[in-house]
Design a protein around this ligand. Sequence first.
Ligand SMILES: NC(=O)c1ccc[n+]([C@@H]2O[C@H](COP(=O)([O-])OP(=O)(O)OC[C@H]3O[C@@H](n4cnc5c(N)ncnc54)[C@H](OP(=O)(O)O)[C@@H]3O)[C@@H](O)[C@H]2O)c1
Length: 249
Amino acid sequence: MLKIGLIGCGKAGQAVASALQGEPDLALRWIARRTKPRDLDECCPAGLPVVGLDQIDLADWLDEHPVDALIDFSGPDAVHLYGEEVRRRRLILVTAISAYSEADLAYIRSLGESARVMSSPNITLGINFLILAARLLREIAPHADIAILEEHFRDKPEISGTARKIAESLDLEDASITSLRLGGIVGHHEVVFGFPYQTVRLSHDSIRREAFGTGAAFAVRELAKQVGPGYFSFEDLLMQRMRTQWLQA
Ligand SMILES: NC(=O)c1ccc[n+]([C@@H]2O[C@H](COP(=O)([O-])OP(=O)(O)OC[C@H]3O[C@@H](n4cnc5c(N)ncnc54)[C@H](OP(=O)(O)O)[C@@H]3O)[C@@H](O)[C@H]2O)c1
């Protein structure tokens, strides 16, 4: 059983906590926020001990509440508060923060010299699988026409970052993305491959934020299997898992 500490108890963190509590081989032990409100001893809805990272001595906390892995759904500055403990204790780290600066990312990569670390701005298993499958198909059929469709709720102003990531991974310009804004759609991404006599569509629909927790759980498990330290992307871990699976088949 891998013991987990979760950093961040906002919209994503709460859903991740709830998803992690449904994983039989992972034990979520505590949740850290920036500042623990005075009247709060547990993080709702997870019902776990909650701590304010800027109110404690983290080394003492980790001595008293040891974990094997940290999962971060907080903000870009938090890694600078816990990073040295990750390095010193060789903790597994899964960080999902999407707004890291180049300097933050260089620091996180340096943690990978001592610990097993994964950082990904897109942590759902489904989207990462879709990207891998689309890249594979493009390798096999480089002359197919490719277009990306993304659909989101009416008020989302910008082009989806995930759609741009899909475009980048297929060496396509943002002009290949069509955006539809309709009602309350949570998130739909589709890659359409047009061939002369057939059409292939790879599509993904987001339903709930708990999907972030399922992706984080996958990453923790895959990192736990690594024999030594290293810095990984979600795609690296997914590829390794698929290779192992194919070799066993
Ligand atoms: N990779 C992905 O697929 C993915 C998906 C969803 C979200 N995310 C990322 O997850 C992060 C959180 O998103 P959200 O929508 O949940 O935001 P949010 O609702 O604003 O919640 C942020 C949480 O992080 C905590 N926090 C912020 N800075 C902290 C620090 N320095 N130390 C400890 N805790 C800190 C906050 O603490 P307080 O409660 O004390 O304010 C709050 O609980 C964002 O960076 C977002 O990019 C990534």
